[in-house]
Each structure stands twice: as C-alpha cells, then as structure tokens.
Design a protein around this ligand. Structure first.
Ligand code: IPE
Ligand code: IPE
Ligand code: MG
Length: 253
C-alpha cells in the first residue's frame, strides 16, 4: 500500500495512522512558487502572499519530520529575484529576518538543523547574521536537515566552484586531468547535502528557474498547480505518494 492510500484507508489523519513504508525520499527540494498570484486572487498585496507562504512552510517542515524526510531544501529567493521592485525585496528581507527570529525556538523544539544555501555576500548583514546564528544554534539537531536557499542561483554556484578549482589548478594543488565530479560537488553551497530525490514546484510553472541545476540530475520532478500558500500537508502527502509510484532507473534497465 502506498503512503497516500494507507493514510486515506485509515480515514483519520493523525500521525499514528500514518503507515510509513520504506520508499520515503531522503531529500525533498521545493520551489515554493505562487505567493504573489495567491494574494492577487484575493485582492491583497503580494506581501500577504509571502506571509501566507511562511505558514505553508511551517506545515511542510512538520510533515517532513512526521513522514521521515531527512533533508528539505526550499527555494526562498533566487539571485534573479533582485530584478523585482525594491519594495518587494525590502519586504522579503524583513520577512526573512522576522521569520528566523520567531521560528528559531520551534526549530530547536522540533530538532531541526538549519543551513543557509546561497550567496551571502549581497544579502543584508543583519539577515546573514540571524541565519548564521540559527545555523550555529541548530547545528547539533538531527530530526530534519532544513536548507533554505536564499539569494541562490545555480549557475553562479557552479561558476564559483569552477573558480575554486581553477585556483587550485593554478597553484599546482590540483591536476586538471584528475578533476572528478566529486570535486565539483564538493565546492557547491550544497556540499555535505545529498542530491535531492524529489523536486516539487508549486503554482503550475514547469521550469526550474536556476535551482539546483547540478544536484537534480536524477531527481524525480513533480509539478502542481496548487499555489504555495495553499500547499499543505495533504498536498505534500499526495506528492510523496506520486514519488512512491515512480520507477527510478538511473540509466539502468
Ligand atoms: C514565490 O512566489 C516567492 C518568491 C519568489 C520570493 P512569487 O513571488 O514568485 O509568486 P508569483 O509566482 O508571482 O505568484
Ligand atoms: C523561483 O520562482 C524562485 C523562488 C520560488 C524563490 P520565480 O517566481 O522567481 O520564478 P520565475 O521568474 O517564474 O521563473
Ligand atoms: Mg513566481
């Protein structure tokens, strides 16, 4: 029985009824998209959609712990999102700061380890400080590895890894012929984090938008029309159920 059918067969929704059968993706990555459209549909400012998105994230973190997902990586701000109006960026920065300050206690209570994935240089120092403090405080937690991609861009990440390797070649520390795939992986922001097994994108867009290009080589992709602020535990369970029906071959027969 798949995870989804086992939950619905039970007709209850409490975690005790959740029959967890093997095939849970170890690492789930999510492109949390559709906040703006969610708000516009309700004649609200886009900021209301971003706020509502935080609620969904809290629920999905809980669901991940409940189901036994080990790594959850969420796309919160892309390096391309700086092209948005300054007022939206300013709002988002305030929201990122307030959220980590408000939620740190819960992360500790739930045993969540937080990691910031992205280019820290052009983020406001107070945001970086707050997230770095949370990284330190939560570093011993083991229930869930929660990675937040903030000011993240995959092409830049790969380019930066190339530069690090290039310097090592120049200094003679590395021989060009010896460079292997692991050398590149080990110089990405996501070093020490396994590749995602499952990538979810909400809001009906069928694109990757510069997210984890290297890391999702063999991830299963899942697209849903549900807008991120509407994406809740039941949608997540449904997505995981779909994952469990996939046949991952990695090139084999
Ligand atoms: C995703 O929602 C959140 C961020 C990119 C920060 P959007 O803000 O992209 O919402 P839509 O896609 O415009 O509806
Ligand atoms: C991707 O969503 C980035 C995040 C969800 C943080 P966008 O809304 O920025 O992507 P595009 O512009 O539709 O490709
Ligand atoms: Mg969007």
């Amino acid at each position: 029985m798949s995870l989804f059918s086992s939950i619905f067969a039970s007709k209850k929704n409490s975690s005790q009824d959740l029959i967890i059968n093997g095939n849970i993706p170890k690492h789930v990555a999510i492109i949390m998209d559709g906040n703006g459209r969610w708000a516009t549909k309700r004649h609200l400012p886009r900021s209301a959609g971003h706020r509502a998105g935080v609620e969904s994230l809290r629920e999905i973190i809980n669901a991940s712990i409940e189901i036994g997902v080990e790594y959850l990586t969420v796309y919160s701000l892309s390096s391309e999102n700086w092209k948005r109006p300054e007022s939206e960026i300013k709002f988002l920065m305030k929201l990122f700061l307030a959220t980590i300050k408000n939620e740190l206690r819960l992360l500790m209570e739930y045993g969540v380890r937080l990691r910031l994935v992205g280019d820290r240089k052009s983020l406001p120092p107070e945001v970086v400080e707050a997230y770095e403090e949370a990284e330190k405080k939560t570093s011993e937690n083991t229930k869930l590895n929660f990675n937040i991609a903030l000011n993240y861009g995959s092409r830049q990440e790969i380019l930066d890894a190339f530069k690090i390797l290039g310097k090592k070649i120049n200094s003679g520390e590395l021989n060009i012929e010896d460079i292997c795939i692991k050398d590149l992986s080990d110089n990405l922001y996501t070093k020490d984090i396994p590749d995602p097994d499952f990538l979810i994108r909400t809001s009906g867009e069928h694109r990757i938008s510069n997210f984890l290009l290297w890391q999702i080589s063999y991830s299963e992709l899942y697209f849903t029309k549900v807008l991120w602020p509407d994406f809740k535990r039941k949608h997540f369970i449904k997505a995981i159920d779909e994952y469990q029906k996939r046949n991952r071959r990695f090139g084999k027969l």
